[in-house]
Design a protein around this ligand. Sequence first.
Ligand code: MG
Length: 436
Amino acid sequence: MGNDMLFINGSFPRAIVHIDGDAFFTSVEQSMNPSLKGKPVVSGQERGIIACASYEAKALGIKRGVSLWDARKACPHLIVLPSDYESYSLYSKRMFEIMRRYTPTVEEYSIDEGFADLTGLRRVHRMSYEQIVRSMQKAIQDELDLTVSVGLSLSKGLCKIASDYRKPNGFTAVRGRHIHLFLQRIPTKEVWGLGPNSVQMLQKYGVHTAYDFVQRPEKWVDKLLHKPGREIWHELRGKSLLPVNPEPTRAYQSIGKGKTFSAPSRDPQFVYAKLVRNVESAFIKMRRHQHRTAEVYISLRYSDYRQRGLGVRLNRATDSTQEILPIIRRLFDQLIEPNREYRATQVWLTRLESADTRQLGLFDNQIQIERYEALSTTIDEINARFGKHKIAAATALTLQQRNENSRTQLPWRKLHLLNGENGRQRLYLPRLNIAV
Ligand SMILES: [Mg+2]
């Protein structure tokens, strides 16, 4: 490699760790029900598509995103489970609690992934950074019976790649003076924050590895890439720009919109159109305040004034109506009942965050997101000039196929309650390696 570039001549000017649960959903199932251990298990029965595949299933070529029908054909003894997000969330919470024993600066990046900033804590724990991280990893395994893969390095961008380098139960530490060696082994498509379009473009310029990328001059990168790409260039060179954000919610204020119909309706198409209008109003207001939302709830009110609601937590905050509508559609399909009379719809946007705190790496498809944003801006401008809802989502009036959602497929946990539990109340945090 001739003249290797040494970016940082030290070990850990900052020490950041990324922890990633291995096949998290099915591992939780195997932790709760040890008879599933060592077996090919997948989750996602209720959707007909594999949400998560255990390592035993992966070994048989079964992957996330594959239809269950195909998977069963390829592997008739596959164990297929309905998703049990309640238990997954509890395990997730416990995992983050274990991380917080070592540092208060823990960012819950997704249900099974988190960052922690350990800078300056060696003396507190009387351990090296590697020892702290191994201790975290071991505590998670001992207490939750889950394996995680960890990456320790100088920036979020580096440790996100490092945790993915060895899996499952991996441990990868990249010190400052070894960054250049590590990056030579990383293709650009594995770099956090570089979407497929950026990867393709970089390829045209002969940039194939993360090392090729960071060797390009800063000016060249500034000209070619958007902000997330530029930031990751610094992060890969060991300069930490993206802070570990310990606030799961920056702001708790929410925006709600709801309207009562002039007359109650039994027409699902009408109810949905009204709901979409509320969503659009709420998003217009949110964009005016320059916020994004990471949690959306809808509710439908019957003519007897009772109501049913459903919510969803997004893995990335958005301010795009176009992006949220397919999700609203799914929630609506789960809520709407035939031959029921409705009189109002409501929407709430919560977990609002400021639109300028853009998180890197959440963007699988940067171009698409920017297109959505540009479209939202245009819609706001037109509506401002010609009146609200002049441009509205055409989807408001197209009803898609309803998803058959069988309620008979109960998660394992709901069929195996512990002493002291009932269908509504769960003991806080199961670690259920109890042989029955
Ligand atoms: Mg994972």
